[in-house]
Design a protein around this ligand. Structure first.
Ligand code: DAT
Ligand code: MG
Length: 149
């Protein structure tokens, strides 16, 4: 089973979208294995977005992600990395299909509500960056046999 890292960014938390977003992942059938609300440090923000260091939007991105609480979570399921990205939508909200999280709730690329890992390798890196192993919980949802054949 694959896992991915999701974060509701400060704009999503401020706008009261945490429950709505969690509900989408729960209703899809993915298993929640880690969840926390935190104030992101400069160091965590810069490491998390390390691939964008040097780009014109980097400083603003770090300032934004550290500007208020973030809700970080890990979900598990078949092909969850690529499917979560589809649920999230394109980086630029105006390119995101209606029905996706960014397509439904976002307007500006710099306030696009949510982060999701872009590959299984990124997911592994981001999960271990944001969560200690003991913060992730192994459990079997009783509905598993109605989600998977
Ligand atoms: P994604 O979050 O879809 O993986 P990304 O990794 O390319 O997108 O960029 C990380 C975040 O940085 C993105 O969610 C919003 C911000 N960002 C990206 N490109 C930007 C741009 N051209 N101007 C402003 N912010 C940008
Ligand atoms: Mg990215």
């Amino acid at each position: 089973m694959e896992r991915t890292f999701i974060a509701v960014k400060p704009d999503g938390v401020q706008r009261g979208l945490v429950g709505t977003i969690l509900k989408k992942f729960e209703e899809k059938g993915y298993k929640l294995v880690g969840l926390k609300l935190l104030q992101v440090s400069q160091e965590l923000a810069q490491t998390h977005y390390g691939e964008h260091k040097g780009k014109p939007f980097f400083d603003g991105l770090v300032k934004f992600i550290t500007s208020g609480p973030v809700v970080a979570f890990v979900v598990e399921g078949n092909d969850v990395v690529v499917t979560a990205r589809k649920m999230i939508g394109a980086t630029k909200p105006s390119d995101s299909a209606i029905g996706t999280i960014r397509g439904d709730y976002g307007v500006d690329i710099g306030r696009n509500i949510i982060h999701g890992s872009d590959s299984p390798e990124s997911a592994e890196r981001e999960i271990s960056l944001w969560f200690k192993p003991e913060e992730l919980t192994e459990w079997t949802p009783t509905i598993s046999t109605w989600i998977y054949e």
